[in-house]
Design a protein around this ligand. Structure first.
Ligand SMILES: [Zn+2]
Length: 311
């Protein structure tokens, strides 16, 4: 058995995962972001112990522990370099958990763990060059090349959301300007959707309850303002994906995340059409763009299997 942990800004998910990538038991706790990194690490340790007890397992039944973080990790030194969502900077994590349990501990970025899971057990099974993209508030991206997670020289590979798509564009949270995330992140689509006249009446919700999926559903009903918003979103996302495919000669891209649940005719189908029309010809003919088969469990499953990646 393997143990996976997926640390998010709101929740920490933990799971016992068998060698076939199946989650056999799971647990979810709140992320104690305001209490600092020590408290979060301690709560992870306690939750692992509880999960083992609840699963009727001993620590000796577990091969290793893998943890995915929402940020940049330094696998070699066992540190989380920077994870803004949980306010971590240069936090040593591997040694502390390893010392406690006496097991191998591996860490990685959550979106890379998700891509790793898709490669091993999901949509990417059987392909050598894949990317997993998560559509949400931000744009997560992990790449797996020839049986290894690709981390890059500075552990910053796959910063898909921070490719520049507008040279003099709007400010991004990363400090840059005109990043893809500014145009194809959930907040960008929501912001433009909320400017549709009478949006509250059209959706039947208060302004602060309206979600990105509401904008998609309104577009599905043929509302021209909503259609303009979703089309713009798809165009920018398409530019980002075409760049990713052209640079890396990817065989498959797996798409996950909350926004991937939007109606196919408004998101997935036009996105694939854009890619087929605009990517470099040799790649555009062959690249497969598919929905994730593991969904929200991908980061958890992938984290538990981080020990299988060569780096
Ligand atoms: Zn950026």
């Amino acid at each position: 058995m393997n143990l996976g942990v997926d640390v998010g800004g709101t929740f920490v998910k933990l799971g016992i995962i068998d060698d076939d990538g199946k989650v056999v038991n799971r647990q979810k706790i709140s992320t104690l972001t305001s209490e600092g990194s020590d408290a979060i690490i301690q709560s992870i340790i306690e939750s692992i112990e509880l999960l083992l007890i609840n699963s009727g397992l001993n620590i000796s039944d577990i091969k290793g522990i893998g943890i995915g973080f929402p940020g940049t990790t330094d696998q070699g030194n066992g540190m989380v370099v920077c994870a803004p969502n949980i306010f971590w900077e240069n936090v040593e994590v591997v040694s502390r958990i390893k010392t406690h349990f006496g097991l191998p501990v591996h860490i990685g970025q959550d979106s890379r763990a998700a891509a790793w899971a898709e490669y091993l057990f999901g949509a990417g099974k059987g392909f050598d060059y894949i990317a997993g993209i998560t559509l949400g508030t931000g744009l997560g991206c992990g790449m797996v090349f020839k049986g290894s997670i690709y981390n890059g020289g500075f552990n910053t590979a796959g910063e898909f959301g921070h490719q520049i798509v507008e040279v003099d564009g709007n400010r991004c949270n990363c400090g840059g300007k005109g990043c893809l995330e500014v145009y194809a992140g959930g907040p960008a689509l929501l912001k433009s959707g909320l400017q549709i006249p009478d949006i509250e009446v059209l959706v039947g919700k208060l302004i602060n309850e309206i979600t990105v999926l509401d904008i998609f559903l309104l577009a599905k009903q043929g509302n021209p303002g909503a259609l303009a918003c979703t089309e713009k979103y798809v165009k920018y996302l398409g530019i980002g994906l075409v760049n990713l495919i052209n640079l890396n000669s990817l065989e498959l891209i797996s798409i996950s995340g909350g926004i991937s649940n939007a109606p196919d005719e408004l998101l997935f189908n036009p996105l694939v059409k854009f890619i087929k029309e605009r990517a470099y010809p040799l790649a555009s003919e062959k690249v497969k763009v598919v929905k994730s088969t593991l969904g929200d469990d991908a980061p958890l499953i992938g984290a538990s299997m981080l020990y299988l990646s060569n780096k």
